[in-house]
Design a protein around this ligand. Sequence first.
Ligand SMILES: [Fe+2]
Ligand SMILES: [Fe+2]
Length: 547
Amino acid sequence: MKKPLAIILALCLLAGAMPAAAAETPLTLAVASDLHYNIPEETLTFYTDDPVFGHANRRAAMENESGLIIDSFLQSVKETGADYVLISGDLADHGRGSPEEHLAVRDKLLAFEEETGTQVFVIDGNHDLGENSAVGIAGFKEIYKDLGYDHAISARAEDCSYTADLGEKYRLIALDSCDPTVSTEDGMSADKVTWVLKEAKAAKAEGRYPILMMHHNLLDHLPMQRIVSRNFIVRFHKTTAALFADAGIQLVLTGHEHCSDAAAYTSPAGSVIYDFATTSLTMYPLSYRVFRLTEDGIAYEAKNITEVDTAALNEAVAGYPEAALTAMDADLTAFSKQFLKKGVEYRLSLSLSADEDDFAAGLMNTVYGSLKSLLEMPLYGEGSAAALAAAYNIEIPQTPYATGWDLATEFVAAHYAGSERFDLTGPEVTALLRLAALVLRTVPADVTETAFAAAAARIADTERLSEARALAKKTLGGVTPGEVFIAALVSELVYGFTNDDAVDDNNGVLPGYGKTDRGAALRDRFFAFFLRLRDALTRFMQMLLQK
Ligand SMILES: [Fe+2]
Ligand SMILES: [Fe+2]
């Protein structure tokens, strides 16, 4: 046997004799967001006369129940075997002005840490601190000093950002994305981006994979979200995402929007970054995430809180309807969904009215009034929206929903819960679009009679009035173009509320940090670029030579 062949054979035999590499123990992270802890009321406040959900508030958040939901969450985390618990902001609902709320939630997290030995890492959200408020940057760091800052490898003095190690292979970069002066703005700056890039580089130099956590979203979780609700997403988000992705950050954990959504972005150099927005823990579906990371894959799942101590709730807050407590005990997820739907309905019905000073307030109120009465009507049967629609030759397809509100709020609930699966041409979406079309058909008669006269009285400028009249005729007068107009306007948003993108929001597996060779992707791109350059130069030379 020739020598090289013998060596190869020996090596093969040796490899076969060696025990298989031990399966890698994953790093397990429990991730929650937007706890919005509230000190419970002494007596329950009712907003509507609904016998079970009368206390569903404008924010549709289970405020009085929040402390007990957090208790259940921490109990549930114990069963996941999590190595760390991460919380991406809005720990306290009135955190800027109420240190007491922070102290209560802090104590719960500390007790959990002490009991389980599992480290909790937090970062601030826009509800947590503010300049010239009872709780500022220094106050937040002091209150949560044992929940992240005690393990910080580096920290920024000017805000609440810090880094800390997660097990043997990962490093958490906890970024304070808030603006302490204006709660409704994100606080991203070039300085913060540079700091994240520097920290990602430092982590990689030490052989660790960087994971970013911040309150504001990095990517859009609804179509055009950056444009329609700017404050949810960091400014220059695509540029920032590209920089972070190319710096080797693959996993970003965010909150703020209170939806469960996973979005992916690929940088021009071919690096992929995932923004996992985690829903508010104390809103439907009362869920948190569990990530299990190995070199090969990042497996993730959403877990729901299914129990809350209703006896303790009843003791702490006076006035809970027996029916509400019973419903919570029977099915907490179903209760929280209905609570959200009723809260959204309450909020939207309050906002569906124009101020006296609004332009054409009468006209707007007529439209709003028509829409509201349509949504409140039974959807099917005698005196229903479907019956009214039939008179206008519009067929409302059969769905399981009782009213228009019930149908409309279902889309909102699906968006918050994630993994939306509605067929765009299915009965639910069709029914909603046709209800919108019905408003167009039922309103115009009233508009000309009453509201338009009121609007006319307000407008001294007759030219503007005739313009408005022309516009109204154009958009409301022609029924079929109106339907097309409404459908075009709402279809993109409806699409966002009804369909998920390629990355499942709640359960799935992504390639692990060890699987994505960013260098190779980059080399491929550069190589392709040089090939194109070479071809272009060759063509140019040929042209010159032909002359
Ligand atoms: Fe929040
Ligand atoms: Fe927030």
